[in-house]
Design a protein around this ligand. Structure first.
Ligand SMILES: [Mn+2]
Length: 379
């Protein structure tokens, strides 16, 4: 048993140590030369948004035990979104790399694949350069944007030094050391980036605002997707004012028109338009999405598309290839299905697959309305 006196002494000692730690943290934050390298972490700790960030604590006590990565802090940070990038993957990376640079870090946005027609339109409209392609992340300091699964990330990600993650997808991430992980269930990663500008008190330039705005419109399907939150709407309006976009919705439709120029695309390009590969209890699903203003162009080519889906399934040894043909005006999705066994898919959506298709009214979002029911049925 510990007696009261001894207990009080232990308590006192602990308080003293805590005070020392706190003092160190403040001291470290002050010298201007060191400030740059660790300000990020100190800022996060002192900020009222602490809970949201849930940052690593080891970074706060570098004098006592030098953090192994302090020496690398000024190395260039590679910021990138997922493979087969969409507008959010590209624009959130462009926005966050800019924000990091404003905070005195060396950071650059990269891409993990060719940009789509929509992203191209956005970058041209706001005069932003297409990010460089990243061949391998091995040995590099990286920030993952708009994804957290290694399967969707860069080659060599296992050998990269992950500094942080900003994402709005389900968390399937584990790492062998503490990092900054910012996850919020908002409509786009670009909304989170815009919020970070606000929190840091850094002004968003016009071109970055245009990129972030476009990514919000794209990811939320002009606010029609059930993933949309009030924060997305608020942020989009604020960004539109900065970017000089008067009619948000008209710009959104223009983006979707660019994205859905299906006639110019080959069946293969349609099947691999915007896909992600998922592993549901060892069954690999490739789930692709095509968002269109009018689905008749795509559905007229259904047989040709199904044929290509069968080829992709064979080539990649998949259990199923699904193509969501989402009509943003009708607000629904025709799910094209090629699978070893359609029964789990039928159970997941409570409907029969007829002629390789299921009509799903109201379904707009892969991650919220397609992935969860499949995962639930299969696991
Ligand atoms: Mn996204």
């Amino acid at each position: 048993m510990v007696d009261t006196k001894e207990f009080a002494q232990i308590q006192k000692k602990r308080d003293r140590e805590k005070a020392m730690r706190m003092r160190r943290t403040t001291e470290i934050a002050e010298p201007p030369d060191r400030r740059r390298s660790i300000m990020h972490f100190v800022f996060i700790k002192q900020n009222k948004y602490f809970k949201v960030y849930n940052p690593s604590c080891s970074n706060l006590n570098p004098i006592k035990t030098p953090h192994p990565d302090l020496s690398r802090v000024m190395q260039m940070i590679h910021v990138f979104g997922h493979r087969n990038p969409d507008t959010d993957a590209i624009c959130s990376a462009i926005g966050y790399a800019y924000l990091l640079r404003q905070k005195g870090k060396e950071a650059k946005a990269f891409r993990l694949g060719e940009i789509n027609a929509e992203t191209k339109l956005v970058l041209e409209r706001f005069g932003v350069e297409v990010p460089e392609m990243l061949e391998s992340a091995a040995g590099k300091d990286v920030w993952l944007m708009d994804h957290n699964e290694f399967e969707q990330s860069a080659d060599g990600i296992e050998e990269a030094n992950i500094v942080g993650v900003i994402d709005h997808h389900k968390i399937k991430f584990s790492y062998d050391k503490p990092i900054t992980y910012i996850a919020l269930p908002w409509g786009s990663s670009s909304t989170i980036v815009a919020k970070l500008f606000e929190i840091e008190g850094i002004e968003i330039p016009r071109d970055i605002a245009g990129c972030l705005l476009s990514a919000i419109l794209s990811d939320t399907v002009i606010f029609k997707s059930p993933t949309t939150t009030d924060v997305d709407r608020e942020m989009a309006e604020k960004l539109a004012r900065i970017a000089g976009i008067d009619d948000l919705k008209a710009w959104g439709i223009e983006l979707f028109k660019a994205k859905s120029k299906i006639r110019e695309k080959s069946a293969r390009e349609i099947v691999l338009n915007d896909y992600k590969v998922y592993d549901f209890a060892d069954k690999k699903f490739l789930i692709n999405q095509v968002e269109v203003i009018d689905d008749s162009d795509v559905l007229a080519r259904k047989e040709e598309i199904l044929e290509e889906m069968r080829k992709v399934k064979e080539e990649q040894g998949l259990f199923a290839v699904l193509t969501m043909v989402t009509d943003i005006m009708k607000e629904g999705t025709t799910l094209l299905v090629v699978a070893d066994d359609v029964s789990p898919i039928e159970r997941a959506f409570g409907k029969k697959v007829e002629e390789n298709a299921i009509w799903l009214p109201g379904v707009m979002s892969r991650k919220k309305q397609i992935v969860p029911p499949l995962e639930k049925t299969l696991q």
